[in-house]
Structure formats: structure tokens, C-alpha cells
Ligand binder design. Structure first.
Ligand code: UDP
Length: 248
């Protein structure tokens, strides 16, 4: 079977690493790497909720996410949103996806009167920055929640499941897992699959780029995504077990 540009099999993830406590002032943080794609994911607890929740009598806490690409994360310098005066459509789309992924696995009633800010900042982009962001954001959120529990600011874990994400795509006649930028650029079909550790889907974003795909291809791409997501979920569990045990 022919290999990919970086030597991977079609159904192989890039090397995945999680480096904890990359941003010590955050309540929980991790530098997540999917190969050369590297994202700083940080979760910060703010002891208040948005005004609209108070006004509408909505109980519990809130979770919101922001995403950005650092100017030097791309081959050509990417101008900061603040210099342009507004976030572009892609940024807004990605931060909403991250927020939805995390809100699907949190019981906000159990978060108390707190807002969990999820910040994903891309340090190096090589395709799949949103999937790496979601996978790392869950870890940062779990670490932040543990801090709240340890400090007795909440009594139980509001996270009901884990969540991770991966891309899959069709390049020629090959179905590929976890696309790097050169593959993503040329793929005629590109999917982002978001799934919980228990195997429930949160989101499937997929489209043909000047191309179409069959129902069989759709099923087979989702199955490939599920395979990658099971592996990502195991890696997340192993990481969190180490981190939570190391607290002593
Ligand atoms: N990219 C870039 N500059 C941009 C947007 C994207 O260099 O302004 C590259 C980057 O490597 C990114 C890839 O294109 O990871 C694919 O971008 P896409 O919008 O598909 O999102 P992603 O795959 O990162 O979630």
C-alpha cells in the first residue's frame, strides 16, 4: 500500500502529543500537537456569567470559546484580527464549532455561577487546526474543572463525557485520516468529525470541493473518522489519568 507524503498509512493519525500547563496562569492548559499542527488550548474560569443569563433568569454557568491563528503560525504572516478590526468568517465559524463541541459535554447547571473561557491559539498551522483545538480544549477544560473542584468552588465534575475531533478526506481514490495541509489543499472531499468518548457524534462537517461523494464514501469516511477518534480518546484518557494522578 502506498504511503503518504509524511510516510503515514491512510488510516494513521499524525503523532499526537499533549504538553500540560503550557500557560500557567490559565486554570488548565495544554499544547496539543497533531504532527506539525500545534495549538495552545487554555481554559480560564471567570467567577461570573454573562448579563443576558442573569436578565433571562438562566441558572448555572456558561462556556464560550475563542480561536485565533498567531501571525507566525502560517507560512506567510497572517495579520492579527485586531489589526484588521474584525474576526474573519473562518475564525468565527471555528470558534463556534469549538464552543458547541464543549457545550455538548458539559452540564452547565453544575458549573455554578462561573464562565469557562476556552482559548485556542494556533502556534503552527499544518491542517486540522480546528480538530486539534477541540481535542486539546477538552483536556484544558477537564484540568480547569479539576482545579475548581480542588478549590471547593464546585462540588462535582460538570463534564459528562470527553470530546475529540479529527479530519478525514478523499484524495484521488484514497480515504485519508487526519489530513495535513498539503493533503487538505488537494482533497476533493473534506470532513471534520467531532465525537464524544462514548462514541456519540456532536458534529460532522463535510463538503465536496468542486466534487461530489457517494453515500458509500460518506459512510466509509465517517468510519475512518471513528477509528481515529477512538485512538484520540484513548490518548486523552491516558494523558488525564497521568495529570490527575500527578496532582497527588
Ligand atoms: N491556512 C493558512 N492560512 C489561513 C487559513 C488556513 O495557512 O488563513 C492553512 C493552515 O495550515 C490550516 C489549513 O490551511 O490548518 C486548513 O485550513 P482550514 O480552513 O481547512 O481549517 P483547519 O483544517 O485548520 O481546521
Amino acid at each position: 500500500m502506498s504511503t503518504r507524503a509524511d510516510g503515514r498509512r491512510a488510516d494513521q493519525l499524525r503523532p499526537i502529543t499533549f504538553e500540560p500547563n503550557i500557560a500557567p496562569h490559565a486554570s488548565g492548559s495544554v499544547l496539543v500537537s497533531f504532527g506539525s499542527t500545534k495549538v495552545i488550548c487554555a481554559a480560564t474560569v471567570e467567577p461570573k456569567v454573562p448579563l443576558w443569563m442573569k436578565q433571562q433568569g438562566v441558572r448555572g454557568g456558561w462556556l464560550t470559546a475563542e480561536y485565533s491563528m498567531l501571525p507566525y503560525s502560517t507560512l506567510d504572516r497572517k495579520q492579527r484580527d485586531i489589526s484588521k478590526g474584525k474576526a474573519d468568517g473562518r475564525t468565527i465559524e471555528i470558534q463556534r464549532v469549538i464552543g458547541r463541541a464543549l457545550r455538548a459535554i458539559i452540564n452547565l447547571d453544575k458549573l455554578g455561577d462561573n464562565t469557562l473561557w476556552i482559548d485556542c491559539d494556533v502556534l503552527q498551522a499544518d491542517g486540522g487546526t480546528r480538530t486539534a483545538s477541540i481535542t486539546g480544549a477538552y483536556l484544558a477544560a477537564r484540568l480547569a474543572v479539576q482545579k475548581l473542584i480542588d478549590e471547593k468552588r464546585i462540588s462535582e465534575n460538570p463534564l459528562t463525557d470527553s470530546v475529540a475531533a479529527v479530519s478525514v478526506g478523499l484524495l484521488g481514490d484514497r480515504e485519508l485520516l487526519d489530513l495535513a495541509y498539503v493533503e487538505d489543499r488537494d482533497a476533493q472531499v473534506d470532513f471534520n468529525v467531532v465525537m464524544t468518548g462514548r462514541g456519540q457524534f456532536v458534529e460532522v462537517q463535510g463538503s465536496g470541493e468542486e466534487s461530489t461523494f457517494s453515500y458509500e464514501q460518506l459512510q466509509s469516511l465517517i468510519a475512518l473518522g471513528q477509528k481515529g477518534l477512538k485512538e484520540l480518546s484513548s490518548l486523552q484518557t491516558a494523558f488525564l489519568t497521568r495529570q490527575l494522578l500527578a496532582r497527588g
